[in-house]
Design a binder for this molecule. Structure first.
Ligand code: HC0
Ligand code: SF4
Length: 572
């Protein structure tokens, strides 16, 4: 342990901890803009400069390792005035449109400016923003991606987006220029839609301001809800019910399924249904697809890749079209749900009440799901996809007291029942574990229901070998998939491979609440697995509503109707 003093108070931290860790532990506070615990600190924003007794100049707390006996001051008049000057510099270059900014109220720059009462020196017309005569060369507003909006006039050059994209090994954004003109841009300054961007949204998760955000669709959803002309159906993804809690001050990992359902009803949705229902349906189709491929009864290569993660599908189509034959043709649960709500028993029920087509909304932890909904072959089934963060905004805008709602809301039927296997779709390894539970029963194997070996939120590849079946792999983060696929070993080793683009799976999705807690994914994961372990039904094929759907509408997995509504194709 290391002993030091922060603002006159003694504090002990682990060896290797930074001054920032010590400051946070001591109860003192320094602001940060460019720091996130996931990445190596770059110390460019200078907000966390502190005085260290004996040092000639202030040091950045985020990347200075704490030493025995150090005496730290965080809030001298000189440091405070330095921070204010720096904030003023950022503010002078920032547009004056905070009042309608999508991240208003959750922007780190706004919060610091407000706290310090920094004055903006220049009117909007005189702002030195990029695209102005000083920086005419860079694309400023880029709304070409179906998932991500880039408004670079709001950028404060912290570099967290560059780090986030590099951690994904996609590198669609990088730094251009040097010194004070340095800014993150896309390769050749192309619009995002023309780059290698896979819409994962990890950059939006880390952007401390409103420069990179998910394409906002919640305004349109509220309009339709308020209009009350069309019946509205909403579906909620597995990972949303846990992470939404954080937006309203509940402990990370808190399961808020019933609260979320109640909030959705208060927002005015007519039918509140569960993507988890379609996750169970996905397992039925995908497990049978795997079986048919193994038996040589169906086109397509082995190992089989899961197809539910749209960032992964984007990656394959853009960067590795040679892998397309390995992709499962099974649609993702989101898209199956859309197709069923549009064409299945629920659609029939609604058609008895009104001729008007229902408006179908998904709540997803993911930005790439916006992209998925407008893919050829999917277009039209889902009318709007909003992220967990956007849902929280809608709830706040309507003054719904989320945290104090009772947690007893229930999904509507049909399309509301689900198993524990569906719940764990939200965590890396979950889709695979769900498939293994069903495959084991189908093949009469006597295995465990839980597969610890493929659980966990860290980036990397987790492997499990099932006797009588073979080896399977769960890949957490697209960067790890890129590594795994860099040579052909995977072709020999595995029967099935799950790839989730975001570290930890959907619970770490680009549309989830922003957090500076380095253990946030673990906390969310615990909540997700708790839903599973407390479920009475834990296997997808035991979902009664899914069984009824096959009996009354689809016939069987891979039937003609299933193929038409629940499967898709890919193109390079
Ligand atoms: Fe996921 Fe999904 S589990 S991709 O991680 O398969 O976004 O939560 O909704 O579609 O069910 C995300 C989460 C989903 C889908 C499901 C799958
Ligand atoms: Fe990179 Fe993902 Fe952001 Fe695209 S969405 S720029 S791939 S981090």
């Amino acid at each position: 342990l290391v002993n030091l003093r922060v603002d006159g108070r003694s504090v002990q931290v682990d060896k290797g901890a930074t001054l920032l860790d010590a400051i946070n532990k001591s109860g003192s506070h320094v602001p940060t803009l460019c720091y996130h615990p996931e990445f190596e600190p770059r110390a460019v924003c200078r907000m966390c400069l502190v005085d260290v007794k004996g040092s000639q100049k202030p040091l950045p707390a985020c990347r200075t390792i704490a030493q025995e006996g150090q005496d730290i001051t965080t809030n001298s008049e000189e440091l405070k005035s330095f921070r204010r000057r720096d904030l003023q510099f950022l503010l002078n270059r920032h547009p004056n449109d905070c009042i309608r900014c999508e991240v208003a109220g959750q922007c780190k720059l706004q919060s610091l400016v407000q706290e310090e009462q920094v004055q903006d020196m220049w009117p909007a017309s005189a702002k030195k923003v990029r695209g102005s005569p000083e920086h005419p060369e860079h694309l400023l507003h880029d709304h070409t991606s179906p998932s991500i909006f880039r408004d670079m006039d709001k950028c404060i050059e912290c570099g967290l987006c560059v780090e986030a994209c590099a951690a994904q090994k996609i590198n669609a954004i990088g730094f251009a220029e040097r010194g004070s003109g340095m800014m993150p841009i896309t390769a050749f300054d192309k619009p995002l839609a023309e780059t290698g961007c896979i819409s994962c949204g990890q950059c939006t998760l880390r952007c401390p301001v409103g420069a990179l955000i998910e394409r906002p669709d919640w305004h349109r959803v509220l309009e339709v809800l308020d209009d009350r002309k069309r019946k509205t159906i909403v579906q909620t993804a597995p990972a949303t019910r846990v992470a939404i809690s954080e937006e309203f001050g509940l402990e990370p990992g808190t399961i808020s399924t019933g609260r979320m359902i109640n909030a959705l009803r208060q927002l005015g949705f007519d039918y509140v249904t569960d993507t988890n229902f379609s996750a169970d349906l996905t397992i039925m189709e995908e497990a049978n697809e795997l079986l048919q491929r193994v038996q040589g009864k169906r086109e397509g290569a082995l190992p089989l890749f899961t197809s539910c993660c749209p960032g992964w599908i984007n990656y394959v189509e853009i960067h590795r079209p040679d892998l397309i034959p390995h992709l499962s043709t099974t649609k993702s649960p989101q898209q199956m749900h859309g197709a069923m709500a549009r064409n299945g028993p629920l659609a029939k029920l609604i058609a008895e009440e009104t001729e008007e087509e229902p408006f179908i909304v998904s709540i997803m932890p993911c930005t790439a799901k916006k992209d998925e909904a407008v893919r050829p072959g999917n277009r039209g089934d889902i009318d709007a996809v909003i992220t967990t963060r956007e849902l929280a905004k809608m709830i706040r805008h309507r003054n719904i007291p989320f945290a104090s709602l009772s947690n007893d809301g229930k999904y509507d039927s049909p399309m509301g029942d689900s198993s524990g296997a569906a719940a764990i779709f939200g965590a890396s390894g979950g889709v695979l574990e769900a498939a293994l539970r069903t495959a084991a029963d189908a093949l009469g194997l006597d295995g465990p229901i839980e597969h610890e070996g493929i659980r966990g939120v860290e980036r990397g590849v987790k492997v499990a070998t099932i006797e009588g079946l073979g080896s399977v792999a769960a890949v957490s983060s697209i960067g790890s998939a890129i590594d795994l696929l860099s040579n052909d070993e995977w072709k020999k080793k595995f029967l099935m491979i799950e790839v989730m683009t975001c570290p930890g799976g959907c619970l770490g999705g680009g549309g989830e609440p922003k957090s500076d807690d380095k253990d946030i994914l673990k906390k969310r994961m615990k909540g997700i697995y708790n839903i599973d372990s407390s479920s009475t039904i834990r296997k997808s094929h035991e979902n009664k509503e899914v069984q009824q759907l096959y009996d009354n509408f689809l016939g069987s997995p891979l039937s003609e109707t299933s193929e038409r509504l629940l499967h898709t194709t890919y193109a390079a």
